[in-house]
Design a protein around this ligand. Structure first.
Ligand code: DP6
Length: 395
């Protein structure tokens, strides 16, 4: 009896030019193009095992050890059926291949970071799922083609099919959406000095989801039309050229401006949406003051649909920025970067009064990471399903 199974992992991506707004809800076609940096899977990743077997009674998916229902017509269902459709076409073109497209699948997925940290897991999760099914089915499709399917799971997931710096071109084919896909702008090896510090911010309240938040923005905000028509197109071109030439100052300014505008558009939504909190805003003030000390910005903050800050910077500045964050946001546990403990400190000439010093726990943790690669194929020893096709963590 053959076993048809594959295990993959996929990275998280954090956008510099934000995706916010859909022109087609069911195909998940965006109102603007976007661009992100893929973060290293050594720190943050989703791992997925997919298996096809004639004995399985139904398609079934477990996420972090719990069954996640595959609702008819829902996003999971769409991704799984699209992948089965590609396998069926592959079998039709290659009659010697085993007929597994009609088998039910068991899929088990695990994020190595807590969902409670408020880090988006849908992007890495759907990318890992689509990639695992692509490997299970031995499909010839390119990452670009697979991004079309990951997009149907969660828009931002299409960008997690590549490493490095990734654009999602919005496309113009509204009937099929076949030109709304991800494209690698530069591989991770292009700018290896690019690193990221994630400040995990304490968040008591449950925020508005991206899906419903952006829906409300498109319906109620006048400002978003200006963003779509007059701001994003030139910003996309400018940031791609800043990345190509490794001009960090320009990259940083565009990234911060775009985060600011995304949150302005959220505020312009009616009723308004607040994703950042006082801690998020304090980090903006600190990074702004830090950048004032040099001719060109040395750090770029960006915020998604939640209060966590992601700070992009280059290798020589990472320690200084971590020291600065520790000065304002003391940590319960010691922070180690490059094998050395980080002590709270302010750079020379820094105006301390830009923020107050917060109590321990206001920033729950710091994650230091860098630019990383795209989805990986893992060995069978890393599979999440046991011999019976049941999650190992439940068996
Ligand atoms: C603020 O991709 O989570 O992170 O397509 O509805 O699943 P859906 O939304 P999602 O939105 C991400 C929004 C963002 C910006 C970005 O990642 O570009």
């Amino acid at each position: 009896m053959s076993i048809y199974q594959a295990t993959t992992s996929a990275p998280v991506n954090i956008a510099c030019i934000k995706y916010w707004g859909k022109r087609n809800e069911s195909l998940i076609l965006p109102t603007n193009s976007s661009l992100s940096v893929t973060l290293s899977q050594d720190n943050l990743r989703s791992t997925t095992t997919a298996r096809a077997d004639p004995s399985f009674a139904a398609d079934c998916l477990w996420l972090n050890g719990k069954v996640d229902p595959i609702k008819a017509g829902g996003r999971l269902h769409t991704c799984i059926s699209e992948m089965k459709r590609l396998r069926a076409a592959f079998e039709a073109a290659n009659p010697d291949q085993p007929k597994i497209a009609s088998f039910n699948v068991h899929i088990c997925s695990f994020n190595n970071f807590p969902t409670a940290a408020g880090l988006a897991s849908s992007a890495s999760g759907f990318a890992a799922l689509v990639y695992a099914l692509a490997k299970l089915y031995a499909l010839p499709q390119t990452p670009e083609e697979l991004s079309l399917i990951a997009r149907r799971g969660s828009g931002s997931a299409c960008r997690s099919l590549f490493g490095g710096f990734v654009a999602w071109d919005m496309g113009s084919d509204d009937a099929t959406g076949l030109d709304s896909k991800a494209r690698q702008v530069a591989p991770e090896s292009h700018w290896p000095e690019m690193e990221a510090l994630i400040c995990v911010v304490n968040d008591a309240k449950k925020g508005t989801s991206s899906t419903s938040g952006m829906q409300r923005t498109v319906v109620t905000s006048a400002l978003i039309q200006h963003r779509i028509g007059s701001v994003v197109p030139s910003r996309m071109a400018d940031i791609e050229s800043a990345i190509a030439d490794k001009r960090f100052g320009d990259f940083a300014e565009i990234t911060m401006r775009d985060s600011n505008q995304f949150h302005a558009v959220a505020l312009d939504t009616y009723p308004p949406i607040f994703y950042m909190n006082d801690v998020s805003r304090a980090i903006i003030a600190i990074i702004t003051e830090y950048n004032r000390l040099s001719e060109q910005p040395k750090a770029a903050y960006t915020y998604d649909a939640g209060p966590n800050a992601v700070i992009y910077t280059l290798t020589p500045n990472v320690r200084e920025i971590a020291q600065l964050i520790l000065y304002y946001f003391p940590q319960a546990e010691k922070v180690v970067i490059g094998g050395q403990e980080v002590q709270a400190a302010l750079p020379e000439g820094f105006n301390e009064a830009v923020a107050k010093r917060w109590e321990v726990g206001s920033v729950k943790g710091l994650i230091h990471t860098r630019v990383g690669d795209g989805p990986r194929v893992l060995s069978d020893s890393e599979a999440l399903l046991n011999a019976q096709g049941i999650p190992k963590m439940l068996a």
